[in-house]
Design a protein around this ligand. Structure first.
Ligand code: NZQ
Ligand code: ZN
Length: 386
């Protein structure tokens, strides 16, 4: 097992009707900016719960953070933070609203001239403006990690940022919120969380028995609850297991002491930046090609995953590993997720070259757990995903 440090300071408040608790978590002398997305929280009653809980706090609002949080819109929110002397942020939404809030938390205390530098120059945030979250969509794990991904429409870029100053102070996880999530977004959430585990698990054996079993148990739980959640989002027990699995998939725990990959996300983010494809669907497009392309390097863990998660018990290591990739793709397809780029856009020709050029320009010369995937490899993987 590799040497590691682990600190996750986010307080989780989990369960039915827990949104009301935010009144005890946000200081009463704070000037609060409530941030949310396109309005789903006004239709499903979450907005009402939040504003009722904060009725004695000093709260102003910023609405309209879109899916794949857009830099230009966040810059408008930053203006509000500065003009109104906001001291505390509250994100009420999915990964996009939470990520947007993380950017604002960093940008509010950033003393450089151009906040985009935080992303383009990968400036880590050691201290941000404090913020809490009310999660409305289980998927990204953003509610309990310190990373964010921000989109910039004018340059068609989608870049990551983070740092120890960007953990939420608290996050409220009420599994009842999933009742209003559209079917395709629930499917996205399952797929995103599932792929987060794969990125941290499908590498090479390191003798980290516990981390492997943490990962396998999250994958097994997602496979078990996926049909239940999709059939009846009001099934509280299924919703609870789904929500907690998504958080645990990317709160840092399972990646401690083991190598991780993240090349699927690096390529996937480009497909969202170029074509606006939902984040989770880009992962389902890239993942099968990535695992097939890197088969030799990953086959031991692929076979272990096949055995322990998909109960594939016959055949050689290679047979099990191949079957595991097929099972994964079938799992996505059965939920209604297409796994080829050409199913999302007619303009797919040339995509692989564009992405490999971008990676080269950014100096991303070695992706994956061995840091040996070059832009030329990326080009081949993306082509395999057409
Ligand atoms: O904007 P509103 O009206 O709220 O509607 C949203 C949005 O249209 C809707 N929604 C959310 N909760 C709902 C709901 N509709 C009905 N009922 C509810 N309870 O769902 C739509 C999608 O929301 P979004 O926040 O975009 O989805 P998700 O949580 O999947 O977040 C995706 C973003 O997170 C980034 C992705 O790249 C993408 O930008 N990621 C963040 C990560 C992180 N911070 O750790 C890791 C991930 O790998 C990912 O990259
Ligand atoms: Zn993801």
């Amino acid at each position: 097992m590799n040497t590691f440090e682990f600190k996750n300071p986010t307080k989780i408040i989990f369960g039915k009707d827990q949104i009301d608790q935010i009144k005890n978590e946000i200081p009463h002398d704070a000037k609060v900016l409530l941030l949310y997305g396109g309005g789903s929280i006004k239709k499903n009653g979450i907005y009402e719960q939040v504003t009722k809980a904060l009725k004695t706090h000093n709260v102003i609002e910023f609405a309209g953070i879109p899916a794949n949080p857009e830099y230009a819109i966040l810059m408008e929110a930053l203006k509000v933070i500065k003009e109104e002397q906001v001291t505390y942020l509250l994100a009420v939404g999915g990964g996009s609203v939470i990520d947007g809030t993380k950017f604002l938390s960093a940008a509010a205390l950033y003393d450089g001239d151009e906040p985009w530098d935080i992303l383009s120059k990968n400036i880590r945030t050691l201290e941000g403006m404090p913020f809490g979250t009310v999660l409305t969509l289980p998927a990204t794990g953003s509610e309990m990690n310190s990373g964010a991904v921000i989109t910039r429409a004018d340059t068609k870029e989608k870049l990551a940022m983070g740092g120890p100053g960007l953990f939420p102070v608290f996050s409220v996880l009420d599994p009842q919120v999933i009742q209003s999530i559209p079917h395709h977004q629930l499917v996205n959430g399952i797929t995103d969380a599932f792929t987060h585990v794969l990125e941290q698990y499908l590498t090479y054996p390191t003798g980290a028995y516990l981390q492997d079993r943490f990962s396998e148990s999250i994958l097994q739980t997602l496979i078990e609850v996926a049909p239940q959640v999709l059939k009846d989002p009001a099934d509280y027990n299924a919703a609870s297991n789904f929500m907690w699995s998504c958080t645990m998939a990317l709160n840092g725990l399972i990646q401690k002491g083991v190598p991780s990959d993240w090349a699927v996300h690096a390529m996937g983010h480009e497909l969202t930046a170029l074509y606006g494809i939902d984040h989770a669907r880009t992962l389902a497009v890239i993942a099968p090609s990535h695992y097939n392309y890197n088969f030799e390097a990953k086959k031991e863990k692929l076979a272990q995953y096949g055995e322990r998660v998909w109960n594939i018990t016959t055949g050689s290591t290679e047979d099990k590993a191949h079957a595991a990739i097929e099972k994964t793709e079938a799992f996505f397809n059965e939920m209604g997720i297409d796994t080829k780029l050409s199913q999302y856009t007619k303009d797919y020709e040339g995509t692989a070259e564009i992405i490999s050029k971008r990676f080269k320009a950014r100096g991303w010369e070695g992706l994956g757990e061995h840091q040996n995937l070059k832009p030329e490899d990326v080009e081949k993987i993306v082509k395999m995903a057409y």
